[in-house]
Design a protein around this ligand. Structure first.
Ligand SMILES: [Fe+2]
Ligand SMILES: [Fe+2]
Length: 312
């Protein structure tokens, strides 16, 4: 089973949007952020190159771990939809979870905009999906494919400006616990998708402003599995492979993809995507294809191993 993973597309598309809608508080902050930090470095052509490269390399499944858009606008979601469709894969072979940018405003929430745009990529085939997570869909969804159980979790919640912290919630966490302990899924490798990592940055304020307060609960759930686990996230815009050994002695692989659109001099932050091979109940390979903005080509690279020290 070969899985391609990209994340944090941050597609921006203001075409046809009424200017008054952009100047809600939240979007105004977002726009300032874009100008200062994002707009000049996030390039859509990098995402299009990734789609073409994934298409050229036979993969069985594609996963996308949130922040598909910048401001959760219909125009942005439509653009992302056409990029996903350009993969040429049916929705059963593409799984998506939302990021904090995809539930950016109350209006996007009220209209269930993300869910309406991407529901085909979040279908639950197991019956354990439980919670309507802030209008972003029903989570966790479970999709069994060749040797793996793909489990999509939503950590995306609307927040006040400058806060990007995630939240899973008790109901979703309990449903996830029952999926991960389900006997019929015992022999499969769980591939858990969530926008936020479950290793928090150091410092309580950093966790509260951009981390996940329930990270330790989630780590415990992952660590209780008898076999290997592949946990895939975005949000940090940093490519890295952290791992630890669970209660049964099996490895939990915690792997982040960088932003698919970010042009950056640091190789771990530069646009690209990750590729995983899962075979015989194990994660047999973790690698990356990194986009070279000068040539437009991709080079195969290892994913940097990083420390899995828990601060919480
Ligand atoms: Fe992001
Ligand atoms: Fe994010």
């Amino acid at each position: 089973m070969r899985i391609a993973h990209f994340s944090d597309l941050h597609v921006l598309d203001l075409a046809g949007v009424d200017a008054t809608r952009l100047w809600t508080n939240k979007r105004a902050t977002g726009m300032v952020n874009l100008r200062l930090n994002r707009g000049h470095k996030h390039k859509q052509h990098a995402v299009e190159a990734i789609v073409a490269d994934v298409r050229a390399h036979n993969v069985d499944h594609v996963v996308i771990t949130g922040d598909l858009s910048n401001l959760a606008l219909e125009t942005e979601f439509a653009r992302v939809r056409s990029m996903i469709e350009a993969l040429g894969m049916s929705p059963e072979h593409v799984s998506v979870v939302p990021g904090n940018h995809d539930l950016y405003t109350r209006g996007s929430l009220r209209t269930q905009r993300f869910f309406n745009a991407f529901r085909a990529y979040m279908t639950d085939e197991h019956g354990a999906a439980h919670e309507d997570h802030h209008g972003s869909g029903v989570f966790p969804f479970t999709r069994v494919r060749d040797g793996v159980a793909i489990v999509g979790v939503s950590s995306a919640v609307p927040r006040v400006p400058v806060v990007s912290a995630g939240h899973v919630g008790v109901a979703q966490m309990n449903a996830l616990r029952s999926v991960l302990s389900e006997p019929s899924l015992r022999d499969l490798v769980p591939v858990v998708l969530m926008h936020h990592p479950v290793i928090n940055p150091r410092g309580r304020w950093r966790t509260l402003s951009r981390g996940l307060a329930e990270a330790h609960v989630m780590r415990e759930l992952l660590s209780q599995r008898e076999g290997e686990v592949l946990f895939l996230h975005g949000h940090l815009h940093d490519r890295g492979h952290r791992e630890w050994v669970g209660a049964s002695g099996a490895t939990v692989h915690h792997v982040g993809a960088t932003s698919a659109s970010l042009l950056h001099e640091h190789p771990d932050k530069s646009a690209g995507y990750n590729v995983y091979e899962v075979d015989g109940g194990r994660v047999t390979s973790v690698s990356a294809r990194v986009f070279d903005a000068r040539t437009g080509a991709f080079r195969a690279e290892a994913v940097s191993k990083k420390s899995a020290a828990f601060a919480d």
